[in-house]
Design a protein around this ligand. Structure first.
Ligand code: NAD
Length: 479
């Protein structure tokens, strides 16, 4: 047991955290273990009173935290990071239960949080200075106030903490709302944060569909940082307009992966598959369309199919590479892509048109061979382990096809000719383009979506600025 670990944390009861205190509620909701379909623990449903109380407490915490030096804030973040890591095993276990993801990937998510903490702690928030004969202009980045974080279910810990870290670094307080499908790890992380953070600085309220709008409409919340679907993102932006809240929207994607004819087929085939099926395809920047040069199309597809056939799907400790779909609603949504493909008569290169999961919400990885451009599987984000491939021959044309989407989150280009790959990559309308790799998040990289994939962005050297006001002092010299 690490020295910072305390015994008061239990792992089978969950509550909201408001003003440094555990708070229950009259009504409860439940997550479901997606590997088994069994109900997990009860969680209180947050109310308007909870949100009002949390905002009041966050405003109070903001008064002193915003005046705390950057150095001290970083020290506190480091304490939080160490405390968090001392519970890595317990959080990994909980993450396996609430998401069903294979243990090695749950462990990876927890450890990746530490890397994100370290990145934020390494950042400076410099003042910018301009001087001429007459005046000095000093530009500072000052905190906004109370931030509301609205989070999805696919990476519940890292996508919540990914908002908490820059908010705290820059001097804000924050209230986190986990997805109703995955409340457990977030509520626990915020609970254990209370042991190292001033009260009211980080709070968590879980609940039902009514809770998000209570955040977006609250006049005491200065900014919403949202990660989730494009449809919800639009509602959030509209709701935030009434109080002119700042918004950061990290939304859905429809990432294209373009494969040049010179690639090493055997080496790249499994990488393409992993890019599409990482976390069972439940990744905003998973590859969602694969464009393979016609000279190698058949060979590449054959290799991909062979690799897919080696992939095991199963519960967290079954040695599987892929886990289940995280919730039933999403499971039904992913299955609708199978039904549509079957109905339209498109070809399943691997995978069955009928997906049956004896228990839990498992779907076998599936590749659809050359469906038309206007098919559902090409135009919409399935967010599950099903991906289409299409051949291409003309560079200009495939760039157009890749860009022919309302989304613009990520994209990949694969080729031994890196110059050509980069030339194509520069023309892809996406916030993050990967050359000879599938999409991998890195705390040092700014993450953002073009087009309907988002507004603003996070991480990298500048992501923290979205948690700040720009404050410019014009000082005129006294002669
Ligand atoms: P979702 O939009 O259904 O829900 C996300 C969150 O919004 C949940 O906490 C939900 O309770 C809340 N919410 C729902 N309606 C709301 C409203 N009207 N007002 C305020 N809050 C509301 O998304 P999801 O199904 O949880 O996540 C999957 C989607 O998220 C996919 O489209 C995926 O691509 C996207 N995503 C994007 C990123 C990114 O960084 N760009 C990362 C992960 C997931």
């Amino acid at each position: 047991m690490s020295p910072s670990k305390v015994s008061s944390i239990t792992w089978d009861s969950f509550h909201n955290t408001i003003d440094g205190e555990a708070r229950g509620g009259k009504s409860k909701h439940y997550g479901v273990n997606p590997s088994t379909g069994e109900k997990l623990w009860p969680v209180p449903v947050g109310t308007q009173q909870d949100v009002d109380d949390a905002v009041k407490s966050a405003e109070k915490a903001f008064e002193s935290w915003s005046q705390t030096s950057l150095e001290k804030r970083k020290e506190t973040l480091q304490k939080f990071a160490d405390h968090f890591m001392s519970y890595a095993d317990e959080l990994t276990e909980l993450l396996c239960q609430e998401t069903g993801k294979p243990r090695q990937f749950a462990e990876f998510e927890v450890k990746a949080c530490y890397a994100f903490f370290q990145h934020h702690i390494s950042l400076d928030i410099p003042e910018e200075r301009f001087e001429d004969d007459e005046k000095i202009l000093t530009t500072r980045y000052t905190p906004l106030g109370v931030v509301g974080a609205i989070c999805p279910w696919n990476f519940p810990i890292i996508l919540s903490l990914g908002k908490v870290m820059p908010a705290l670094l820059t001097g804000n307080s924050i209230i986190v709302k986990p997805s109703p499908f995955t409340p457990y790890t977030t509520l626990k992380v915020v609970e254990l944060a209370q042991e190292v953070l001033p009260k009211g600085l980080v709070q968590a309220i879980g609940g039902d569909d009514k809770l998000g709008p209570m955040f977006t409409q609250h006049p005491g919340i200065a900014k919403i940082s949202f990660t989730g679907s494009i449809a919800t993102g639009k509602k959030i932006m509209a709701a935030c307009a009434s109080t002119l809240k700042r918004v950061t929207l990290e939304l859905g994607g429809n990432d294209a992966s373009i494969v040049l004819p010179d690639v090493d087929v055997k080496k790249v085939a499994p990488e393409l598959v992993l890019g599409a099926f990482q976390n069972s395809g439940q990744v905003c920047v998973a590859t969602k369309r694969i464009y393979i040069h016609e000279d190698i199309y058949d060979e590449m597809l054959k290799e991909m199919v062979a690799f897919v056939k080696t992939i095991k799907t199963g519960a967290p400790d079954s040695g599987a590479l892929l886990g289940p779909i995280q919730n039933e609603m999403q499971y039904e949504k992913v299955k609708s892509f199978f039904e549509d493909t079957k109905k339209a008569g498109y070809k399943f290169a691997v995978g069955e048109p009928e997906q049956k999961s004896e228990k839990g919400f498992f779907i076998q990885p599936t590749i659809i061979d050359n469906p038309p451009n206007d098919s559902k599987i090409i135009t919409e984000e399935p967010f599950g382990p099903i991906v289409p491939t299409q051949p291409w021959s003309d560079e200009e044309e495939v760039i157009k096809r890749a860009n022919n989407t309302n989304a613009g989150l990520g994209a990949c280009v694969w080729g031994k000719d890196v110059e050509r790959a980069e030339r194509i990559g520069k023309r892809l309308q996406a916030g993050s383009v990967f050359i000879n790799s599938w999409e991998k998040a890195s705390p040092q990289a700014f993450f953002s979506g073009h087009k309907e994939s988002g507004i603003g962005g996070e991480f990298g050297n500048d992501g923290y600025k979205s948690y700040c006001n720009v404050h410019v002092m014009h000082t005129y010299k006294q002669k």
